[in-house]
Design a protein. Sequence first.
Length: 362
Amino acid sequence: MIKFENVSKAYEENNVVKNLSFEVKKGEICVLIGPSGCGKSTTLKMINRLVEPTEGAVRIDGKKVRDFKPEILRRRIGYVIQNIGLFPHLTVKENISVVPKLLKWDKNRIDQRVSELMDLMGMQESQFLKKHPSELSGGQAQRVGVARALAANPDIVLMDEPFGALDPITKSSLQNEILRLQKKVQKTIVFVTHDIDEAVKLADRIAVMNEGSLVAYDRPESILNNKENEFIKKFVGFDRALKKLTRMYVEDFIKPYKSVKISDSSELIKREMENEIFVWVVDDNGNFKGWLNNDDSIDFTEHIESFIVKDIENFQVSPDCSLKDALSVMMSENVVTLPVVDNGKLIGEIRLSDIVGNEKNN
Ligand SMILES: Nc1ncnc2c1ncn2[C@@H]1O[C@H](COP(=O)(O)OP(=O)(O)OP(=O)(O)O)[C@@H](O)[C@H]1O
């Protein structure tokens, strides 16, 4: 889909990108990573011709980008950058409409597309469309930036450190948003970052760059397992095992569980709990309601409802949650087992020992 063929860029004597050759497949997220100044942004900008190569060529579907008409490139390639991406004097709606207007779409088509995009980004139209960028939080502004890049339905999206300036929680939720969105819209995305955790989380393939050259181009698992290359080893850091958990998901580690129903008799529950430290509690529809600790506090002559620990808001994980996030919930809640809940329903449990041993449920 996107192919770099022996691409180099020099500014006078300074070779900032050196003989790059690699290919990004259709529908994949390629993350360019490397230290500051290694040539990531320059590489990205050679795809949409904000920068022209000194040597070599970038091709999209076999055709050199320098042979595309500018308006075709604009339609095919969305572009998201950090902070300064939005026009401050334009409203959210006007910002999202910039490329469709350049492409001379009619008003109805633009309105409809803006609505779709707001919906896709989980933003309420009535609340946001008339606002200016200065009235948005960092996370909201970046969502609008992504919506704007997707406006003309490009098949390629370039993202240059889009979440670099955000706090860790907003950053993580936008990364999840990108992964969710990508499942739906399947764009070819080239993403620049210098955050290895972000790269491991998002990438189908990671391009590691150093001083203008490509050091490695591989799947995140292989980059994390690379122990030969000193530069990669240093870049990945000491916590490579933890980083691998970012790419593993709870759904592959779900184990059977023991549960009782709120409507069960106290006698039955007492029997069920005999050799357990605790049991999960569900209602008659299988919805997760909490758990019962097998200690002296339970009086089985009474109905068990009042003994259920119902503090379940933060005490659960969904099947699509990464093992790293599951581990983080376990640590913050100080437990070794968590209920796996899908749309309110208890579907299994996940245990610390399975995470540590990477023991799948197959
Ligand atoms: N227009 C330009 N004129 C001269 N030198 C430039 C120009 N643009 C970039 N450079 C130089 O090219 C090198 C690579 O820059 P680039 O922005 O691609 O790096 P980067 O890896 O994206 O860095 P960062 O992570 O800090 O954003 C740098 O040394 C930079 O100073």
